[in-house]
Design a protein. Structure first.
Length: 150
């Protein structure tokens, strides 16, 4: 059975004249192919090799130069900052249903997805995929996912 964040259970229970609905069926009712295509770029991103770095496709060469040239910069620190994603930025503008339990579930799943994709795409390299959670779990903008080469 698919794991469901606690904050979604009341909404799913309202469907089907109060008999409830499963998350897979709910997705089919409220989702769209346009959203699925958009989310696919987040959930199965394109990674590219650039010099000694592995980066998300579409990165800014200017940003890379600024981080690469910073004091104490290492390949790992540059990759971490260049590849990081604030999970709250996935949301739609003024999305009212964002919550820590959803971000945690999403972050844990995306960690697995990114680790699998990186290993598949670059089998000769070792990666660290990190899901950073804030100390205050209600700081929703501070849930981040990133990766770097070991």
């Amino acid at each position: 059975m698919t794991e469901i964040p606690e904050s979604m259970k009341p909404e799913l229970a309202e469907w089907n004249n109060g008999r409830g609905i499963g998350i897979d069926t709910w997705t089919g009712c409220v989702g769209s192919f346009s959203l699925a295509v958009g989310y696919s770029s987040i959930f199965w991103p394109r990674f590219v090799e650039h010099r000694e770095y592995i980066l998300m496709a579409g990165f800014s060469e200017e940003s890379l130069r600024s981080f690469d040239g910073g004091p104490g910069a290492t390949r790992q620190s540059v990759e971490w900052v260049m590849n990081h994603l604030h999970l709250a930025d996935i949301q739609h503008s003024e999305c009212a249903d964002i919550s820590s339990d959803k971000l945690i579930l999403l972050g844990e799943r995306m960690t697995e997805i990114y680790a699998a994709k990186l290993q598949w795409q670059f089998p000769d390299r070792k990666f660290v995929v990190q899901f950073a959670r804030p100390d205050d779990k209600e700081e929703l903008g501070d849930y981040q996912l990133s990766f770097f080469q070991e």
